[in-house]
Each structure stands twice: as structure tokens, then as C-alpha cells.
Design a protein around this ligand. Sequence first.
Ligand SMILES: Nc1ncnc2c1ncn2[C@@H]1O[C@H](COP(=O)(O)OP(=O)(O)OP(=O)(O)O)[C@@H](O)[C@H]1O
Length: 588
Amino acid sequence: MRSEHPNPISAKSEKKLAVQLLVQAAQPERNQVLTGVLFLLLAAGLEALGPLLGKAFIDHYLLPRQMEWGMIGLLLLAYLFTGWGATGLRYLQLTRLAGVAMRSVRRLREQVYQHVLRLPMAYFDKAMTGQLVSRVTNDTEAVKNLYVQVLFVMLDSSIVVLGALLAMAWLDWRLMLIVMMLIPTVVLIVWFYQRWSAPAVTRARQLRSEINAQVAESIQGMATLQASNAERRFGERFGHTNQLHYQARLDELRANSWLLRPALDLMNTGLLVIVIFSFSQRSFSGIEIGILYAFVSYIARVVEPLIQITLQFGQIQQAVVSAARVNTLLAETLTADHSCQAQMCSGRVDIDGLQFGYDADHPVLHNIHLHIPSGQFFGIVGHTGSGKSSLMSLLLRFYTAQSGSIRMDGQDIAGFSEADFRAAVGLVPQEPFLLAASARENIAMGRDIPEAELIAAAKAAHVHDFILQLEQGYDTQLGEGGARLSTGQKQLIAIARALAGQPHILFLDEATSHIDSETEQIVQVALNALRGSVTIIAIAHRLSTIRDADNIVVLNHGRISEQGSHAALMQIEQGIYQKLYLLQTLEE
Ligand SMILES: Nc1ncnc2c1ncn2[C@@H]1O[C@H](COP(=O)(O)OP(=O)(O)OP(=O)(O)O)[C@@H](O)[C@H]1O
């Protein structure tokens, strides 16, 4: 299993990487960020004006009972417009910054997905699918939270607190210092709250993943689940997890309502008492009632942002970890895209002195020499674990051999660009991989293939008539994983897909092992028709598939032990091929 952090990253560099990631992703929209922050500053400034206007009204008009209605009206209007102005600016700021966050995450997610698509196959030997999916979805989402929290909540709250403190300092710096006591008190209260609620929060999160996993598992294994009459047991297990999740969420809420809110109320009241007490002291006798009003208003405005700032710290830590994971994934070396000029035009394959092991100390292929003229049909057979798939993976450039060479049309396979190489080879895997899309899309696989060529490929794979019988022909949706088709039909679509790219070399990796004899014969006819124009290299457990091959290569413990036509191999007394063939004939 691949560990989460192959090279443990220190907390400091984790933060640095996370910030780098954020800055890079938002870089194309620097102006939007600056405009958003400017709107935020203006909105906070306007909000800070409100209590000052209230103070002016109390001090100049209410207390001296000088009801100058014109001026009072103006003050009221100013109060209303500063409020509206702040709301309008906040809306503009939100659309700017939220837009930046959403688009940055969209870019980041695309970048991560594109990166995963171009990782070498060797990476996927060790990577866990679930973890990779999580990198592309959950972790990038967590990075978005980092934006939302850093850019919005933290910045917004800090500016509001700063604005209020400045306004208070301007009114009376001594009272402002008293209010400053709020900061450590709120931090302390929130810290206690988080310590108390953290286990419930973690539990709720784990249980949510557990719920997701249970749903995914049941859907994947629905046939087995229903066949073993396990609906009730699965239902009960799900109900239990769901109940635990509900409990954890309740505990989280309890911590909020029993600790956080009462403690903050207590602190607010205490602070008011201190302010009012100070107000009644001689040294503060110069303070006007208006200042007291303004202070009380500011205190109310400062507490909530302070809570928000402190609450974010815990969340930011998680988002930073996610960002670091995304970074680690993005740092994985991609399959080298050789910017080479080599072109394949016939499909000849020459393998010389090939030696390969997934781990260099344990070779699974030894000194392979093989020469496949273009347009020929080669079969590869051998016992389980003899190295057939490994050889094919090397031919497909999924891995690189430790020594020896593979040449196609006389050129080293490393000499083709990725696009040219993939266009020149086609693969029909053992398990046909079908998209939840139409038959047409499944054959084209995103390539720009003219209709006539697509249909020609379907005809060559003997699947055209079957597709026409579907209710919407080529536009019929095949369901998830091609659920509407039989394995044989899926395999024929996979063959059509490989042929639609007009490959020079076609690889078949046990493409006939799961299909019935009738469909196998169709595949054989299709392959025979390709002879001479396409080089075919087919691994087959079912020997009837490759019986007619020009040459059959028998692998044994990673070495070529026999080679020749079916007839020639059958002549080798006690040969591996002969034994395998006779065994299969007996079984049938
Ligand atoms: N991804 C991998 N990582 C490490 N070792 C592997 C990997 N794939 C295969 N091997 C090992 O390489 C050896 C050859 O395996 P390979 O899959 O090439 O055999 P095969 O002939 O295709 O077998 P089968 O007929 O069962 O598919 C085996 O010992 C196997 O355990």
C-alpha cells in the first residue's frame, strides 16, 4: 500500500506548499482578488461608521434635546446608506472572491485529474483507487475551504475587528484597551470548545465516510447482496452507522450550545459590566453617553468575527494537510512525453535481450528475443504468472525494461511521441471498460473519428448489426460499465474501439476468456480479416483463439520456451503447449 506521504513533509513546508498552491491557482485572477479585497475594506469601513453616526445623534441631538430634524434626518439617511452601501459592497466582494475560489478549485481539480491521467501505469500498482479519487474530489474541495476560510472568513473578520478597534481607539483608547481583552478571552473559550467538541467532530466525519463506503459497497455488490438475501443485514448495519453519526452530530451541537454560546454570553456581560463600571469612574467622567453606545455596538460586532477567526484555525489545519497531499500528487513524475519524430507505418516489432522486473532485483522476464513481422498474428501463451501480461505491458510502454530493447518499425519505442504511439497501437483488455455513454461514444472514446470510419470499425468487429438492433442504434446509452450488454457484446465493442483508431498493432489481453464459443468465433473471424494489414499480438488462455496464429510464443517462468505454429508446437512431445492444448481439449 502506498503511504499517504512517501516523503514525510514537515508541518512548516506543508503550510508553505499549501500557500504556494493557493497562490498559483488564484494567479490568473489576481485583479479579481484585489478588487474583492478593496470592496471588503470599503464595506468594513462603512460598517464601522454606523455606531459613530449613532454616537453623533445621541451626543449632539438626543442628550441636549436639540431636535434639529433636518440634521437628524440627514444622520438617519447616512446611517441607512452606510448600511446599504456596506451590504452592496459585500455582495460585490462575495461574488468576486467566491467566484475566484470556485474557479481556482475548478482549475486545480482539472489539473489534478489531468495529472492523474498522465501518471505512469507503475504508479497505479501501488496507489489506492479510493485515495486517488479522494485527492481529486475531497482534497481539492478542502483546498476550496482554505480559500473560503482564508480569503473570506479570516480576512473579512480580521478587517471588521480591526476597523472596530481603530474606531474605538479613536473614540477612547483606554476603553479600546479594555475591549482588547476580548481577544485572548474568545481565543481561550473557543480553544476549550474545540477540545471538547473535537472527538465528536472527528467521529462524525469518520462515520460520514463510513456511510458513503457502505452505500458504494452495497451498490457495487448488489447482485451478491440480493442473491445471499442480505438486504436486511445490510439495512441494519447501515441503520446502526447512521444512528452513530446522528449521535456524534448531536454531541457536536451540545458542545456548541452548552459551552460555546453560554461562555460567550458570560464574557459579553462581563465586558459590559467592566465598560459601564469604567464609565462610572471619575477618570472616565468625560466620556459621553454616545461613546458608551458606540462601544456597546462595537463589542457586539467584534465578538462574532473573533469567534469565526478562532474557529477557522482547526479547519485550516485540515485544509493545509489536504493541500499538501494534492501537492505531493502533483509532484509525482509523469509519463515522459517524448517530443520525438519517429512515425510508425507498418507495425513490425523487434524485441532483443529484454529483461524486466517490477522490482529490478526480481526479474519476471529474462532475455526475451522476439521478431514479429508487420501484419502477422502472434499468440502468447503460458501458465499463470509466466510473464505474458508483463511482456504486453512493456510493449504498450506502460513500464520500461531494465535492459534490452523493443523496436517498432526499427525505432526504439521510446522514440515515439505519446500521441503518435497511442494512435499506432490498440488494446483490447480482458475486462472491457465501457463508459456510461452511447455506443458511438464508447467506440470513439473522445477521438474525432468520422462516422464512416466508426461504422467500418464496428463492422470489422462484427458488432455493427447488433448496435443497429438497439432502440436508438449508435446513440443508445449502454448504461454504467455497459450494464445493458453481455460480456461478449462488450468485448466486441472494445474491439471496435481499438480498430476505430486504425492501429498498426493490435494487442488482445485474454480478450476471449469470458465469452462464449460462438462470440469467440466471431472474434476469430474479425481477427483473420485483419491479417496482413494489422500486426496482432494476442495473449490467450483459451488456445482455440490463437490456434490459427502465424506464430505462438510459449512463455515459461519469464522465458520463451517454445515458439512456432500450432502444428509445429503440437509436434513437441511433452511440450508445454501440447500439454496445455490437450488439457483444454479434454476439459471441453
Ligand atoms: N504490477 C505488478 N507488480 C509486481 N509484480 C507483478 C505485477 N504484475 C505481475 N507481477 C508479477 O510478475 C510475474 C508475471 O506476472 P504476469 O501478470 O505477467 O503473468 P501472466 O502470465 O500474465 O499471468 P496470468 O496468466 O495469470 O495473467 C508474476 O510473478 C506476478 O506476481
